[in-house]
Design a protein around this ligand. Structure first.
Ligand code: 5GP
Ligand code: MG
Ligand code: MG
Length: 185
């Protein structure tokens, strides 16, 4: 598996330092709310980031997952995503922080945020581990007093590791890297 990686973009140490910094920013903004905010992981890619992030937070919060289907087994989005697994928690009147592995075209967040707003969230923030602004096709808007947090700006490569897959593999790598080009073809 390691030998499939051409280049490491962020090491395990760099990731853990950055996650701790984002957690401090989020704590400063969310620690004093009257009701616990909902940390909503977008499955499957956000599972490690969400797990690491919430372990740094010491105020009351809840955790839930949604699944948005937009990618096949390739490296390109296949159009407007659909919500294929919905929330368990009732988010009406709640502050929601969507936790994503990576924002690419913006399609997933655009669709998901509309869904959360329709369910009555009082604010929707986004916390994305990676952001690829150069690939954006749709500009999503936050809801209410929502904020945008991001770990790193990602260059225009298809990346794997730290939760992110290629054909469902490589999610368990503790760092983020780029696969050897022959593996993508
Ligand atoms: P978007 O809807 O913004 O185009 O993309 C959303 C989803 O596509 C991300 O949450 C992620 O699951 C997947 N994705 C986008 N870029 C990459 C990438 O470079 N690597 C991997 N593994 N997944 C990606
Ligand atoms: Mg994702
Ligand atoms: Mg994927």
């Amino acid at each position: 598996m390691e030998c499939d990686i051409e280049r490491v973009l962020w090491s395990q140490d760099q990731i853990s330092r950055r996650v701790s910094d984002i957690a401090s920013e989020i704590s400063a903004d969310f620690h004093a709310l009257s009701s616990p905010p909902v940390f909503l992981g977008v499955a499957t890619g956000a599972f490690l980031f969400l797990a690491d992030l919430v372990r740094h937070l010491s105020f009351p919060l809840t955790v839930d997952f949604v699944r948005a289907q937009s990618y096949g087994s390739g490296t390109e989005s296949n159009g407007a995503p659909s919500i294929s697994l919905d929330l368990k928690i009732d988010i009406k009147g709640k502050h929601v922080i969507v936790v994503e592995d990576i924002v690419d075209t913006g399609n997933t967040l655009f669709c998901l945020i509309a869904h959360l707003e329709a369910k009555g969230a009082s604010s929707v923030s986004v916390c994305a581990f990676l952001d690829k602004p150069s690939r954006r096709k749709v500009q999503f808007e936050l809801v209410g007093e929502g904020k945008f947090y991001r770990g790193f700006e990602c260059p225009d490569y298809f990346v794997v590791g730290y939760g992110m897959d290629f054909a469902e593999q490589y999610r368990n790598l503790p760092y983020v890297g780029v696969l050897k080009p022959e593996l993508y073809n």
